[in-house]
Design a protein around this ligand. Structure first.
Ligand code: S6P
Ligand code: ZN
Length: 194
């Protein structure tokens, strides 16, 4: 990575523009995680004709030192798969006792957080608002608006990501569009997803 990221001495940089530092951007297309959506049939139908970009992440991932901070920008596009709003995969941290802070720059949606025991904290995100995902909680961004939801996040650098638990069990809570507005629902497949 370029010299700009001097984790030992500090640095500053311009963020959020995919044209700058393109090597630290990761893109997630529907074909990479169709089974994370509750309506898998709808996902399959869409993939017959297109493969939409759901979100992109500029992840300034430092070497894994517990005293460093990983941070970046997530840009989550608007849209739905069936009735379910576009969302990130979501994950627990491998070191469970690690929190994460999100700050909303633009757009609107939710940070859905929940424990392995199914305790849910659903945190709204609007510009200039922060959402704190507590230690032990998985987290997922959901875009319920019509513009990209853009957030800044930071967390302990060596926390690690566990996607497999979410892939197997799903989240306890789903945000679906009903009558043109977000509706909070219990995931009927929670714990039984395979
Ligand atoms: C990492 C942090 C974010 C997410 C990003 C994409 O701990 O929570 O950078 O990685 O929002 O979500 P996901 O679930 O695909 O990593
Ligand atoms: Zn995280």
């Amino acid at each position: 990575m370029a010299d700009i990221w001097n984790w030992a001495r500090g640095f500053h940089l311009s963020m959020g523009n995919p044209q700058e530092h393109p090597e630290v951007w990761t893109r997630r297309y529907l074909s990479q995680f169709p089974d994370f959506f509750s309506d898998r049939e709808a996902a399959r139908t869409i993939l017959e004709t297109e493969d939409p970009l759901i979100y992109e992440v500029q992840d300034m991932l430092p070497p894994s030192h517990p005293g460093d901070l990983a941070f970046g920008i997530t840009r989550l596009y608007p849209g739905k798969i069936g009735k379910e709003y576009y969302m990130t995969k979501g994950h627990f941290h491998v070191i469970p006792d690690t929190a994460e802070i999100y700050y909303c720059l633009s757009g609107e949606g939710y940070l859905l957080t929940e424990t392995k025991g199914g305790e849910v904290s659903l945190l709204p995100m609007k510009p200039s608002e922060a959402a704190y995902s507590a230690r032990g909680y998985a987290h997922r961004c959901i875009n319920t608006g019509t513009e990209p939801l853009i957030v800044f996040y930071a967390y302990r650098a060596d926390a690690g990501h566990d996607y497999a638990t979410i892939q197997d069990r799903g989240f306890h809570t789903l945000i679906l569009e009903e009558d043109g507005r977000p509706s909070i629902q219990t995931n009927p497949s929670y714990s039984t997803l395979k």
